[in-house]
Design a protein around this ligand. Structure first.
Ligand SMILES: C[S@@+](CC[C@H](N)C(=O)[O-])C[C@H]1O[C@@H](n2cnc3c(N)ncnc32)[C@H](O)[C@@H]1O
Length: 386
């Protein structure tokens, strides 16, 4: 057991402190806390420690509003005031850019946020049947043990209501099911996968500005209902030209509005369901100049080879793993005037940005969006030009 002061939070949400020369990572700590901690796991170059006692509380602490906080693995930052969470996220981005990407951004990175609770329009819940009862919840931190929940303060009211209804269904209906995906449409309609509710519809829609997007519980759609408009604006506003490429396009969230600003837009997406919705969304929104291709981005570049025409803008919005080096190089080889990188993981973003900077691109703006309040996750939109 040692006494330490927490210096800051690191990406992942753990507090960083030093005991002599050794770095300690401490869950549920706040920057400025004076703590008595117990070492629970020695790792190479650092140790994980658990709080035994808070000797002095950080001024950024608050009482976590959710009764499951600390037991449920879904959230990591609920014990911080919301402004402190936002600051921590800007620091995660700055720190990743500097440490991994070698990029120093001494000036402000703006962070845009919406409501801090009830923001999720989609969720993936874990479930377990116990006799004739079904338990829904999330995994506990760093485990596959279920933390049963009655409701989740991150979910929209409609999703929490849906959870109540699901709980009332007979357990045998869920036999063999470990995960259930839920999504809410703008009118409050719910879709699930696998389908459970009787007479259930299988798709929902959401309108953002003048665009209507259809999707279902499986196809990707941005989760935070309060920031959809800001996201679109950040990516689309001020853009124009002949050709735009939207890599990892999902159901066409960016492709369709971009089609109003470019003569041609090409969207590439590997998930068949998502690209099917993208094509339908393009048709519904009269975006007839959108070409939507079902392929992995990596394979698509190989297939197209040297036959690819030049682009004015390339938007990339990859999953957490980021881009492969080959994809980043293929984008650079296209020599687009501008690249917009939409990232949900600052560490892979920082790694990938290096390839663009080496390829002759300069960062013109970095904006963070708090799409995932109460968790350590953060979205970053980086605009680059050649
Ligand atoms: C973060 S989402 C972004 C979707 C879209 N841009 C949006 O805003 O809704 C990433 C998307 O990439 C797709 N994806 C994952 N790996 C891929 C790959 N190797 N090639 C193409 N698409 C991929 C996923 O199915 C998902 O739809």
């Amino acid at each position: 057991v040692v006494e330490v002061t927490v210096e800051k939070l690191i990406y992942g949400g753990l507090g960083l402190a030093h005991d002599g020369g050794r770095a300690l990572f401490i869950p549920l700590a706040a920057p400025g806390d004076r703590l008595r901690v117990r070492i629970i796991e020695e790792k190479k170059g650092y140790a994980i420690a658990a709080i035994e006692e808070v000797l002095e509380f950080s001024t950024s602490r608050r009482e976590p509003p959710c009764p499951y906080y600390g037991i449920c693995g879904g959230c990591q930052l609920q014990h911080l005031s919301y402004p402190a969470q936002l600051q921590a996220k800007v620091d995660f981005i700055r720190e990743s850019l500097s440490r991994i990407g070698g990029i120093e951004r001494p000036h402000l990175i703006q962070i845009i946020h919406g409501q801090e609770f009830n923001y999720r329009l989609r969720a993936e819940l874990k479930l377990r049947t116990a006799g004739d009862h079904v338990q829904f919840g999330y995994y506990r931190p760093a485990s596959h043990d279920l933390c049963e929940i009655d409701h989740c303060p991150l979910l929209s009211t409609a999703l929490n209501d849906a959870l109540d209804r699901l709980r009332a269904w007979p357990a045998p209906l869920f036999a063999g099911t470990q995960t259930i995906d839920l999504a809410q449409g703008q009118d409050g309609q719910i879709v699930t996968y696998p389908l459970v509710e009787r007479n259930e519809i299988s798709e929902v829609c959401w309108q953002v500005d003048q665009f209507t997007y259809w999707f279902d519980a499986q196809a990707f759609f941005q989760v935070n209902q309060f920031l959809l408009q800001d996201m679109l604006k950040l990516v689309v506003e001020g853009e124009e030209g002949d050709r735009a490429l939207d890599l990892f396009c999902g159901v066409g969230f960016f492709s369709i509005p971009l089609a109003g600003h470019f003569k041609t837009v090409i969207g590439v997406e590997s998930d068949q369901r998502a690209i099917w919705f993208a094509a339908r969304n393009a048709a519904d929104n009269q975006a007839t100049n959108c070409r939507l291709e079902a392929d992995s981005v990596e394979h698509w570049f190989v297939k197209k080879g040297a036959r690819l025409e030049s682009m004015d803008l390339v938007v990339v919005d990859p999953p957490r793993a980021g881009l492969s080096k080959r994809t980043a190089k293929a984008v650079v080889q296209l020599k687009p005037e501008r690249v917009t990188y939409v990232s949900c993981n600052p560490t892979t973003l920082a790694r990938d940005l290096k390839w663009f900077l080496e390829g002759g691109y300069t960062i013109s703006a970095i904006t963070a969006l708090d799409l995932f309040p109460q968790t350590f996750h953060v979205e970053t939109i980086v605009k680059l030009h050649r």
